[in-house]
Design a protein around this ligand. Structure first.
Ligand code: WQD
Length: 340
């Protein structure tokens, strides 16, 4: 009997790549998304790649009645992967109320339904941003959380607490996945980052600049005390990241998780600077990138990268793709996206 999994935010970047991995692993999938930062072209790509027409609910999860219609129509949902959230760090600083309302109200509603409809596994899209302004890396899951650097990060910190408190006396088991910096695109070239709003994240900014969609880009700060003065991050390929979600579901479905909630870092386990990422892009694509060096971006952490050994030990997850794969797939996707 196939397990049926609801993927919220499923037309988005990580959600759509995860739906492919779930289908390839024999799960049945239902998708819910409000289309605020993605469109259903990702479901078309999923249909081409897997032959599956994923049932799609175009709803706002902040609307409890609308959210419940998913479970009335699919009472056999046994797992949920909750991606749906706004995630632009800068925008969250300008519009904190929008971020708190959207990210927390939708989480509360989907949790409420998970408990009511006896869902077994709840995978939450958390983020390394919950660690705040760490002074050392790699960080592991025991690293104490600092003040979040943005309202976005705070919604992830609070979200983790809401889940922990809410499912305590329920049948739901939850895994919180703390992503580092997701990047890259599906090797088919049919799926990748295609936000409705202009992306702020480094890798799509690089590919958009290289293809001419942007006149140029700025390296935010080259005066940090790092090996070349620019910030260090842990860039994890989105296809590897997607796999962690499926393995997390399996871990709970196979009754391997004792505690109600468990936390895992998902990153590549080392750090690259912004200038090294630009170098890698130029080497892999042969493109020369036009960029200027500018002031630091408020809220940026100087350096953070993961220790993912807990996910390796418990979930059997480890990254298989590297920064070259990120740049290759991101560039193929950008060229395809710009042809449309
Ligand atoms: C990476 C580095 C920038 C753009 C955030 C969230 C995290 C996750 C990923 C959702 C930084 C530098 C960037 C540019 C630059 N969010 N940069 N010029 O801020 O590490 O992480 O996005 O999944 O939770 O916190 O990602 O890609 O914005 O920045 O120099 O035009 O690239 O200063 O050092 P970040 P990012």
């Amino acid at each position: 009997m196939k397990q049926k999994v609801l993927v919220t935010g499923g037309t988005g970047y990580i959600g759509s790549h995860t739906i492919i991995d779930l289908l390839e692993n024999g799960y049945e999938v239902v998708c819910a998304d409000n289309g605020i930062n993605s469109d259903t072209s990702s479901l078309d790509a999923i249909r081409i790649l897997t032959g599956v027409d994923v049932p799609y609910f175009h709803i706002d999860l902040c609307d409890l009645k609308a959210t419940e219609t998913i479970f009335v129509q699919h009472p056999d949902i046994t797992g949920i992967i909750h991606f749906a959230a706004l995630k632009a760090v800068g925008e969250s600083v300008e519009k904190p109320i929008l971020y708190f309302r959207n990210n927390l109200e939708s989480l509360i509603n989907i949790l409420d339904m998970s408990i009511k409809y006896e869902v077994k596994a709840f995978i939450f899209s958390s983020s390394c941003t919950v660690y705040g302004d760490v002074t050392t890396s790699p960080v592991d899951e025991k690293t104490p959380l600092q003040e979040a650097a943005s309202p976005y990060g705070r919604t992830k910190q609070i979200g983790e607490k809401i889940i922990t408190d809410s499912i305590k006396n329920s049948q739901v088991k939850s895994i919180l996945l703390r992503y580092f910096n997701p990047a890259g695109a599906h090797p088919s070239g049919l799926l990748g980052e295609s936000p409705v709003n202009p992306p702020q994240n480094l890798v799509p900014v690089i590919t958009e600049t290289a293809i001419g969609r942007r006149a140029s880009m700025t390296v935010f700060g080259t005066d940090y005390p790092t090996r070349d003065g620019s910030c260090i991050r842990d860039y994890i390929h989105v296809v590897d990241l997607a796999k962690a979600h499926t393995l997390g579901l399996k871990y709970i479905f196979h009754d391997k998780q004792e505690s109600p909630v468990d936390i895992y870092n998902v990153g590549i386990g080392n750090g690259l600077t912004v200038l090294e990422i630009i170098d890698a892009f130029e080497k892999v694509t042969g493109e020369k990138l036009s960029y200027q060096k500018g002031p630091r971006r408020p809220g940026d952490v100087m350096a953070i990268y993961s220790d993912y050994s807990k996910a390796a030990a418990n979930l059997g997850w480890k990254p298989s793709l590297d920064v070259e794969d990120i740049m290759k797939t991101a560039w193929v996707w950008e060229k395809r996206r710009s042809q449309k």
